[in-house]
Design a protein around this ligand. Sequence first.
Ligand code: FAD
Length: 334
Amino acid sequence: RPRLYAPALAGSPAALRRLLSALAVLEQKDGKLNVGSLNAVTAAQKLGGSIHAFVAGSNIKGVAEEAAKVEGVEKIIAVENGAYDKGLPETFAPLLVENIKKGGYTHVIAGHTAFGKNLLPRVAALLDTQQISDITEIKDEKTFVRPFYAGNAIATVESADEIKVITIRGTAFAAAPVAGGSAAIEDGVDPKVESPTEWVSEDLAKSDRPDLATAAKVVSGGRGLKSKEDFDRIMLPLADSLGAAVGASRAAVDSGYADNSLQVGQTGKVVAPQLYMAVGISGAIQHLAGMKDSKVIAAINKDADAPIFQVADVGLVGDLFEKVPELTEKLSKA
Ligand code: FAD
């Protein structure tokens, strides 16, 4: 296994880079690669060493072939076994650990998604290593930047662990494009660990609108919408006129105006679309933590002193019940 801290390497970055090897853990669903999870490859590319990618589940061949097209990935490690389809961490973590040990990787990288957050801390524990969570920047092979206190403070952390187990913030690393590559595909090891945990069912919110986490445009509604009926009446046509995903503040979710899955913020989703429009949202720090990296922020609020205007690029002070339908009509005609 490559040793990252061999004394002979001191002062020789090129030699060091040759010994770096990262494993990007990719996500799949129903035999389809989740291309969003290719941001782990982008993060691995920043390290400068060799890159392998890991996939597991049933019908994994198609997923592996898709991932093999990503430029810069040398090898896809694939494990064909339907027991890994749902990414249950109780079985996926020992699976991953076996493959990390076999490959002798110095870095293991996954998205800071429900899958990655569930999996990598267990992997880190099994490897007796410290988990490094939700990073937004890679300074060098042992130094990483991560926000904390809901993004109000930024820490630069250094890890002396031999294997760095890292989750990355999706909005900070773009997904690597599926083009230009021709990685080899290799069967991974499968320890077939038995687990008392069993997948029972899932209840997914269905929507024809773009996915909130990856949409280029997001319109979010807050407590100012006053009721679920008004939230739907005002926000949904606005979203459709822009081709945008719908988000919400926690106050709107807690008041029952919008589904839980739409919450943006510290305890909801973190988004960074091209356009984020906040309607009747005051701009509490916990909400800003989930959207302040958006490229253009537009806000509509009747209170000119609302904190949302401090982060907004474009602001409209007025009654949303009047302004939003007017805007929707103009956008629909445009
Ligand atoms: P309010 O703060 O009540 O603001 C409503 C706004 O609507 C006001 O600015 C008002 O001027 C405006 N308004 C009212 N009527 C109109 C009208 N007719 N026309 C135009 N404007 C109007 N919040 C999140 O959003 N996401 C999180 O993930 C999150 N996590 C949290 C975690 C913790 C630990 C804690 C303590 C809090 C968290 N919060 C989160 C809650 C957060 O602190 C705020 O309470 C919440 O964001 C407020 O939501 P809001 O802006 O919709 O409501």
